[in-house]
Design a protein around this ligand. Structure first.
Ligand code: CP
Length: 327
């Protein structure tokens, strides 16, 4: 599967052109069909992916690991705290050494102001592709699965479709801002009109919002920011509502929780979904704070596509690995 993508890193959502994203999507659907038909597709036979985690995961770990096995290779789970990585190995050493052991290095590091830099330093020193399993700025493989899922439900041409990327209340912890940032960067390239909704204390990074506006302008799509969840949901085709921390306002967990607690009515419930189009879909990357971020009725209801989203993590990532790692 030789391609222009061979050897390339996937760290930021715009690392691949729109044409390259289309190739990845087509490959993902092809691999999804092969997997459904139990047709062997050992594109990465004998190859090994390192999966380095600085933060916990259910879907990302499971889908990368299953994906490598289905492609005929293996994924090695490496955890920062149980290796020397948390207290000694530098990013450059890790990139250089793991680049000699492995055929790809996937990393999750969401620490504020640290994670993205870490991935880029490893990538500079590595001779194999570095894949972002989520940093504090981007979650590109989640976004790839999200785009796949939206297209499966709404069609390939998203022109004129209103996609709401909304903040939602959560009480558990200050969640990263990488999911909404990836979405607002990627969705304009597929023709969608994006409405970003959040309380004033929960902005995304200025340069990411600026890039999203540029993408929207370039692709002739709408991009709007509102501070009212009801207004955002009105006539939406997709309601993608999840919590994120007020990390541009404060990184202090207690202060952040106080800010979050002001907005407990930002929950996706039947009333919010009733404002959207009748055939609107509800999306969330999971895990969700049930009956806090979203009601059980919506999360488990007929408009929810969260299980499709989670499944598409597998197929999207297999496509990225096949195209970046195959000989
Ligand atoms: N959506 C997502 O990234 O899930 P995990 O944190 O479980 O990997």
């Amino acid at each position: 599967m030789a391609s222009e993508l061979k050897g390339r890193d996937f760290i930021g959502d715009l690392d691949f052109s729109k044409a390259e994203m289309d190739l990845i999507l087509d490959t993902a659907w092809d691999l999804k069909k092969k997997q459904a038909n139990r047709e062997p597709h050992p594109i990465l036979r004998d190859q090994v992916l390192a999966m380095l985690f600085f933060f916990s995961s259910t879907r990302t770990r499971g889908s990368f690991e299953a994906g490598m096995a289905q492609l005929g290779g293996h994924a090695a789970f490496i955890e920062s705290r149980t290796t020397q990585i948390s207290h000694g190995d530098t990013e450059r050493e890790l990139g250089a050494i793991y680049g000699r052991y492995f055929d790809g290095i996937a990393i999750r590091h969401v620490d504020w102001g640290v994670g993205n830099r870490y991935l880029n330093l490893v990538a500079e020193a590595s001779r194999v592709p570095v894949l972002n399993m989520q940093c504090e700025i981007y979650h590109p493989h989640q976004c790839l699965a999200d785009v796949m899922t939206i297209i499966e439900h709404k069609g390939r041409d998203l022109k004129g479709k209103k996609i709401v990327v909304s903040w939602a209340y959560a009480s558990s912890y200050l969640k990263p801002i990488s999911v909404p940032q990836s979405l607002i960067l990627q969705l304009p390239r597929f023709g969608a009109d994006v409405v970003l909704a959040h309380p004033p204390e929960f902005p995304l990074m200025d340069d990411i919002v600026g890039e999203a506006r540029d993408q929207a302008k370039q692709h002739g799509t709408g991009f709007e920011i509102v501070h009212d969840m009801d207004e955002a949901c009105r006539d939406a085709d997709v309601v993608y509502a999840k919590s994120w921390g007020p990390l541009l306002t404060t990184t202090d967990p207690e202060e952040g929780k106080k800010l979050q607690d002001k907005y407990q009515d930002w929950i996706t419930d039947d009333a919010k979904m009733a404002l959207a189009h009748e055939d609107a879909i509800y999306m969330h990357p999971l895990p969700a704070d049930r009956d806090i971020e979203v009601t059980n009725a919506v999360l488990d209801g007929p408009q929810s596509v969260v299980i499709d989203q989670a499944e598409n993590r597998l197929h999207g990532q297999k496509a990225v690995m096949a195209l970046t790692m195959a000989d």
